[in-house]
Design a protein around this ligand. Sequence first.
Ligand code: TEU
Ligand code: CA
Length: 564
Amino acid sequence: MKRQWWKEAVVYQIYPRSFRDSNGDGIGDIQGIIEKVDYLAELGIDVVWLSPVYESPNDDNGYDISHYQRIMKEFGTMEDWDELLDALHDRGIRLMMDLVVNHTSDEHPWFIESRSSRDNPYRDYYIWRDPAPDGSEPNNWVSFFSGSAWEWDETTGQYYLHLFTKKQPDLNWEREEVRQQVYDMMTWWLDRGVDGFRMDVINNISKTPGLPDASIKDPASRYQFAAEHFADGPRLFEYLEEMRDKVLRHYDTITVGETAFLPLSSAADMVDEESGYLNMVFQFEHMAVDAEPGTHAGKWETRPWKLPELKQIMTKWDKEMQGRGWNSLYFNNHDQPRQVSRFGDDQQYHQTSAKLLGTFLHTMKGTPYIYQGEELGMTNVEFPDISYYRDVEILNMYKEFTQERGHSHEDVMQRIWTTGRDNARTPVQWDASAHAGFTAGTPWIEVNPNYTSINAAAQMNDPASILSYYKKLIRLRRQEDVLVYGDYELYDPDHEELYVFTRTLGKEQVLVVLNFFAGTPVFHLPDGLNEAAAHLLLSNYDQTGASLHGRTMRPYEALVYKLA
Ligand code: TEU
Ligand code: CA
């Protein structure tokens, strides 16, 4: 396993719309980020992953791009972007941009051309098909955001494919010119000084030829989830190899593919250090550990999750990558509910459980990703009505579930409170002033009412705060090579409350003991581990130095010990 800077890095994701508004229009912007680069430097992170800031009509908050080489006017100018890049680089922080090339906005010039006529040179930049004989959609694929994945276009009498909203038409990667346009755009950004890319749904770019119907998962619905036809397509690696050889290999980049539904073996091939194409991927198996499979509600149907299942998933991914590739480590991003609410306890054990989850993500083997506000223990939000919500996925699902599937308003609101993406998109809580110091204006989405108690200002100088603890975690990884490159070994896989593992690098060994719940189980030092020379590296509780073996754990207690 080669030593690489991106293996040693901690990445911080910024969702610019909700990070900090500098000009009072209620929308976060690049100047707002520039105001906070010292905060990021003090936190100690090494890379910023910046969600899309390109020109966009914001149907999906920037994941619908209408010009890849211009900055969205709400976020500022290209001069602002240059200033941000310099401000980050001056502090030794690298910048990873979001590459969204499975689809564009329907307001992109390419699509405007493509939809204008069947023989337009840009026609097959996108995926157009005749209607089925009865006039309905070309196949039965459902969109991620409710309804058919096809939209009828009257002008040319065909449908176009959109796995996401109808304002996000899928690009046709089979067209060589499309691929070359993407590679030219990537090169343009890399030559401007960008240090890497997070690649949005990058495994979706190759579809099953002929676009056949998906198998029936939800008999009550006309449309069926079709990941079998777009999550691991026949030309995916051909395209990524071309991207690697034409662009990536010429730069020292960090790359992470967002690869929901990509099988483990394909993911390992994708990130293989010798023969692969990207540094790492975001896998999603652990993001389904609390989902009730098999219902029409999919991710919106949740159930209590089981720790042994999480251990099994994380251990499987570690073993598959061992000696071959590398993993990302995350629980949060702009698409996921807040981890302290989902996997911790955002009431009685808010601070302790937030620190527990942070300890897990920063002592496992892989590159940790911190999502904005995670370092503050920001929580989910329960807005009283659908009118408070902004996310197109939520708004479409609310309509589908209440109008087409007969769910009550109360039932759907509960699902949105538990799982909705806007949980992660309420403005970052900087202080206890109006709108949490996010904006001097009216925020585009309401601030979580708990900002008066959960905010950066209240934690900045508190050594016991979640923020202070995250700084310690990041420093610990930097000082302990074993936490970056050490082999991971799981103990007691079936324990329902304790996650116990070691990291070993040569003679160095670290033991991590995590109590993921509020119970008080007794910890038994696994056979073969020796605590004689053990000393504490980090904990979310004060420690008395009592022996490890036979210790009664406290609620959400995290222990990180150097054994050798
Ligand atoms: O997400 C793709 C994706 O898999 C998510 O849509 C996820 O499946 C869904 O939110 C349910 O959890 C990427 C971006 O991260 C997301 O914000 C965009 O909406 C989407 O692609 C389209 O670009
Ligand atoms: Ca603004």
